[in-house]
Design a binder for this molecule. Structure first.
Ligand code: UDP
Length: 261
């Protein structure tokens, strides 16, 4: 399937897809015999990618970078481009679990605190009868654990892998294991989604999401994140005023044919 259109936001490609199109793309990815990487991009990702070249490369070579952050929609509009809607990873996991139950795709949930992936798996199975959770494991993104985790996923026969190590760790984990997971077809960095499923974290109310105020809710719930969240005003300033650095033409080759790399 041809890659969807993308908007280049400060050197990071963000694909112009809806939730429905994302699910259709995932259906096509499952038929192709290789792992497809999906990232759930928000302004924090974009700002991290400004200084972390390895992360930037991962995003530029991912098959799909979803617009998981209303700030990206505003940024695209400012550039005269359009991203049709937000595709939040935390909502995608539910749709994907439903689709996986219907299509018989086994799921593996990796990451989050011990016990969380297991509980999230049980909750998803209860909600979507017929869903197979082939495995769950907290583990860590540390290199020493890599081989063990890869073995667990391969032994499970999972076709869909959700990785919850937070960004950029989860996306780098997937990036470095793209060729180590021959049975998996789709791997998605899902951030705090497993915590949302189990109720350990609560998403912002819909009105806050609709008005781009999810960050305020998060700051209230998790005030220790304030330093990381400075990325948001920095992102806004860059989008509004910066016409300078254009990482899109940087030495890193553009995505589109990652499997050639
Ligand atoms: N997490 C983890 N190992 C780590 C860092 C984070 O398993 O070394 C998990 C954490 O428990 C949570 C998820 O990653 O379930 C998302 O973390 P965070 O909220 O920091 O990520 P974000 O959603 O902001 O990307």
């Amino acid at each position: 399937m041809t890659a969807p259109e993308h908007v280049d936001i400060l050197g990071v490609p963000v694909h112009a897809v809806t939730m429905a199109q994302t699910l259709a793309l995932i259906e096509s990815y499952v038929t192709e015999p290789r792992l497809h990487q999906i990232a759930t991009v928000n302004p924090e990702f974009v700002m991290t990618a400004q200084t972390d070249a390895a992360f930037r490369h991962i995003l530029r070579t991912a098959d799909l970078c979803l617009p998981d952050g209303v700030g990206l929609l505003y940024a695209a509009r400012r550039m005269g481009r359009r991203l049709p809607e937000r595709v939040p990873g935390s909502e995608l996991v539910y749709h994907l679990a439903e689709l996986s139950a219907a299509r018989d795709w086994p799921l593996f949930l990796l990451g989050a605190a011990p016990g969380v992936a297991e509980e999230a798996g049980e909750l998803l199975c209860r909600r979507y009868p017929g869903l197979t959770v082939a495995g769950t494991y907290a583990g860590s993104a540390a290199v020493e654990e890599n081989d063990d985790i890869v073995r667990r996923i391969n032994d499970s026969g999972a076709q869909i892998l959700l990785v919850a190590y937070g960004a950029p760790k989860q996306d780098k984990w997937i990036g470095r294991n793209r060729d180590n997971l021959p049975q998996a077809r789709v791997a998605i960095g899902v951030g705090g989604s497993l915590d949302f499923i189990t109720g350990r974290a609560v998403r912002a109310p819909q009105w806050a999401q609709d008005h781009g105020l999810e960050w305020l809710h998060r700051l209230y719930k998790e005030p220790w994140r304030w330093r990381r969240m400075l990325a948001l005003p920095r992102f806004a300033i860059r989008v509004l005023f910066d016409r300078g650095t254009d990482l899109s033409e940087a030495a890193i080759p553009a995505r589109s044919s990652r499997h050639d790399n």
